[in-house]
Structures are given as structure tokens and as C-alpha cells.
Ligand binder design. Sequence first.
Ligand code: NDP
Ligand code: 8X3
Length: 252
Amino acid sequence: MSKIVFITGATSGFGESAAYKFAAHGYDLILNGRRADRLQVLADELEKKYNVAVLQLPFDVQDEKAVFESIGHIPEDWKAIDVLVNNAGLALGRDYFEEGDLSDWNTMIDTNVKGFLYVAKAVSQLMVPRKQGHIINMGSVAGKQVYEKGNVYCASKYAVDAISQGMRIDLLRHNIKVTSINPGAAETEFSLVRFKGDEGTAKKIYDGLKPLTAEDVAEVIYYCTTLPSHVCINDLSITCTQQADAIFFNRQ
Ligand code: NDP
Ligand code: 8X3
């Protein structure tokens, strides 16, 4: 019986690369994202290339009802989820606090905090009776240190950090591992989304840097799942070599 990984935000970036990584290691995959067309293309490719099974769950993590209904109704033989990569998320805007856009704030909080919580709760309810499972929460260096104009995005990732700690404590008695991974700047669609399609501004974020790639982060996500059952990486930060933390860069 193959192991099962559930990845949210699998239509791009870290989630998509993680899907390739787990598929290459023989996992069957439950894949989520809002863009159903991308999920279909990815599922077809993974099934063909790696001979694995893929269940597509295209829902918006902000939609409480959709999250609990979709996960509550997954077919019986998909319920034994070994790993959750709770990764779907986004930044919107990079503005001084007083100039921040309320709709951006709401979307970040609804996605990165509330959606993240809904998925974690729905999947942990499937893991608890089995007394096993590994939940990998996607944090950020922005959840360890606040930077200028990071305000609400940073707050959402501080929430991920706090919730990960809480989950680790409360799920301890159920033998469920909780790992928080905190990447620094990585070149995915993240900045393009943050700057609402402005390619020039998005590219500038990586000026003079060799940033992390989605594959680098996927490698680390997968690595965390390969350790013996009595070993858990609780909290892991990863940056490119030219980045020290959320603020200091050595741009060339
Ligand atoms: P991408 O923009 O490349 O990918 C984001 C993924 O999240 C997409 O698959 C997107 O799918 C999905 N997503 C966004 N909103 C929703 C939603 N409401 N419901 C379901 N899926 C959603 O960015 P990354 O891969 O870089 O980001 C992944 C995670 O990593 C995020 O949580 C981000 O905050 C975090 N992160 C990113 C860093 C970076 O520098 N890139 C560094 C540190 C952390 P779709 O649009 O199809 O719904
Ligand atoms: C994404 C990394 O530094 O752009 O979480 O906030 S950063």
C-alpha cells in the first residue's frame, strides 16, 4: 500500500514541486489549489510519469464549508493520509501600515490563518484515530521577524508559527508529528501574486540574489518526512546563502 500525501497549494511553487518530489518517491497524492485546470495537467503528468494515483481536490481554503465537505467526503481508501503539506498561502501588497488595503488584509488572514486552520483541523481529524501522521506547516522567515511593510503578511505567518507550536503540543498525545518550515526569499509565483501581476516589481525582489527555488524547498519538505518515526524536526528555517534572516541580504 503506497503512502499518501495531501498537499494544499499544489498548482504552483513549493506545493507543485513537493508533488513531484513525493510522486518520485512513490507516494499517492491528494492535490489542492483553486485552479482546477492546473491541477488536472499536474495530475495527468504525475500519474503518467511516476505511475502513482492522484486525487484532485480543487477548493478555496478560505471556504470553511468547502474544506470540511471536501476532506470529509474523500473516498475511504484515501483517508489514511500519512503527510499533510499545509502550504497554500499568499502575500498581497507591500505597503506601509496606514496605507494597507483592507481587502488584501482580509484575504491574507482568511487564507494564511483561517484556511490554514480549517485544513489542519479537517486532516488531523483523520490522523487522530490512526495515531499517526505528519503535518508540515508552511511558515516563513516573515513569521520569525517583522520587516518594513510586512505588517499583516508577517502577522499571518507569526500566527502559523504559534498555531504550529499549539498543534505540536495538543497532537502530542496522538503521536502526530508537526513540523514548521520557514523559508526565506524563493522565486516562485509568490511575488507576482503579491504585486498583483507587476512583473518588474516582482523581479526586483530577487535582484542581486540567487534565491531559493521551489525545488530547494520541496527537497527540505520531503527530507523532514524521511526521518525515523521517533524523530521529528519541529521547526526549520531555510534561506539562500545570501540571506541571513527576514531583513539582511548580501546582494551582489
Ligand atoms: P505560489 O504563489 O507559487 O503558490 C501558492 C499556492 O497557494 C498556489 O498553488 C495557489 O493556488 C495556492 N493558494 C493560494 N490561495 C489559495 C486558496 N485560497 N485556496 C487554495 N489554494 C490557494 O507561492 P509559493 O509556492 O512561494 O508559496 C507557498 C507558501 O509558501 C505560501 O504559504 C507562502 O506564504 C509561503 N512562503 C513563500 C515564500 C517565497 O518567498 N516564495 C517564502 C516563505 C514562505 P491557486 O492560486 O490555484 O489557488
Ligand atoms: C515569504 C518570504 O521575505 O517575502 O514569506 O516575506 S518574504
